[in-house]
Design a binder for this molecule. Sequence first.
Ligand SMILES: Nc1ncnc2c1ncn2[C@@H]1O[C@H](COP(=O)(O)OP(=O)(O)OP(=O)(O)O)[C@@H](O)[C@H]1O
Length: 584
Amino acid sequence: MRAQAWGRGAVARLMTPLNHRTAHAWSPHLLRHCSSSSYSTVLPRLRRQFASSSSSPAYSARQNTHTFMEVVQEVLKHGSANGVRAAIRADKKSYSLAQLIAASLDVHNILCSKNMAQNGVQDSVEGKNGTGLLHGARVGIVAKPSPEFVAGVFGTWLSGGVAVPLALSYPEAELLHVVNDSDISMVLSTKEHHEIMKNLSIKCSAYCSLLPSVTSIPSEINPQEPSSNEVTSSVSSLITEINRSKKIKGDDPALILYTSGTTGKPKGVVHTHKGILSQVEFIPKFSVSGIWQRWRESYPKDASKSDEAITVFTGVPTMYTRLLQGYDNMDSDQQSASSYAAKQLRLMMCGSSALPSPLMKRWEEVTGHRLLERYGMTEFVMALSNPLHGIRKEGTVGKPLPRVEAKIIMEDGTETTTGVGELCIRSPSLFKEYWKRPEVTAESFIEGGFFKTGDTVTLDEEGYFIILGRTNADIMKVGGYKLSALEIEAILLEHDTVLECAVLGLPDEAYGEVICAIIVPKEDAKKMAEQDSKPALTLEALTSWSKDKLAPYKIPTRLYLWDSLPRNAMGKVNKKELKKLLGA
Ligand SMILES: Nc1ncnc2c1ncn2[C@@H]1O[C@H](COP(=O)(O)OP(=O)(O)OP(=O)(O)O)[C@@H](O)[C@H]1O
């Protein structure tokens, strides 16, 4: 995320530079998703406020809230004073729920204004009582992670629309794909992106409007102190709007997030209101120096702790690699301050692609944190995780999270607990469908509502899941063996010369596929090799090194040395594209 919107008070300060399939730069999940994570930080807070201000009948009502609107209604009924407390922070300013709600109403007014109808958005804005409802129309939201983004999403929901976060980092062609694919009829953007979005909207016949800015809590007022009538007016308008609007149900679409596009064109994943309320996540901007600095500010070396200290961090493996490169470039004083600060965080997590063992080890040496590796997908966000307390096993993604069910289905359709097969997931946070792809949706589920992830997995002796890779990209068929590219990559990364690598199967007449390794050598190895006018690594040297680490049929027989690996916004390598490229 571009801006920081930290939770406050009882909310752990969670720094997640990942995750948004559609929103921002770095991640398909994370940075791309970062925008949408802002709202989901607010929702749990709303729920907590509701819980803390409720008597037992209210508690039971809480169990039945399935939409943002219902949660807000209950919070306000049972404790509207909570609305003036800080809900999120961004750029060192605090914003209360009341302020977010007031801005959401502004967004609602923009979306439902006659002005929009006159501009030919669509008849959907003509709603009951003249206020207008969007009836599930898609609203694209373009904003850095900020209160404006949150208000954009909430305002869209209040208006009966479906929010589609758009990645700031996407090239125009990808943005056009998302806008056209999801039939976005309205784009809301903040000032800095407005010109670009206006031009793009014209190309897609969509309406474009500015997101109203959100007022922050004035610094002289204690943001924790519920003190004024500030909430009252926006609350009553909100409730009026909710009551006036068509009742939105938990099963209705709330958000369309686009997948990373690692294996094909990004698909729109439809999440429902009910599904969103079962998740928590949060995502700030990813900047190597910015993140180290934020940690050092959180925990200065004098053993004090800032009021806004970050306590939890989550990232993708490439981010940790880059954070370590940043660390290596620091002078020793800065390194020591950075290590000290990082050690003070409560938890650091990793996911979205396999965490290489050397990276995990080095991170532990530098920060004292054994990364907690998890497994997730756009379709259900997070499903498997190593434990918070207990053994975090290298090379595994742990066990199902509470309320998640996971099973392994073999090619013959039977379930296994000892063999290899496709991971299938059932979870309260499971998406509803792929946007406009009913056949793909139908093919993606098996009996009982389990979703077929497309990942090949197995269990270790203690029931921890091991991801062997994407069935259609990471599983190679070599001379009758089915091999996991991830397993071979994990070994190659232990080689002193190897900075990054991608292993893939290339077509071969004799063997079906042959194993090809693309290796990015470390800088020092590259420099030394240049001085000696020889390659940093040869196939012969790699083969001989691999002999006591890999079975003979798992040793790569083709080697490419590259300066970098092409990665998508999520930091992932698109192997299908690489195969095409190398095949050609
Ligand atoms: N901890 C992990 N270890 C290994 N792989 C992981 C881990 N977490 C997630 N993944 C991989 O990421 C995938 C989910 O990522 P995402 O939802 O962005 O889709 P994608 O496969 O990258 O893109 P697309 O579906 O558009 O091709 C999982 O199916 C899995 O292959």
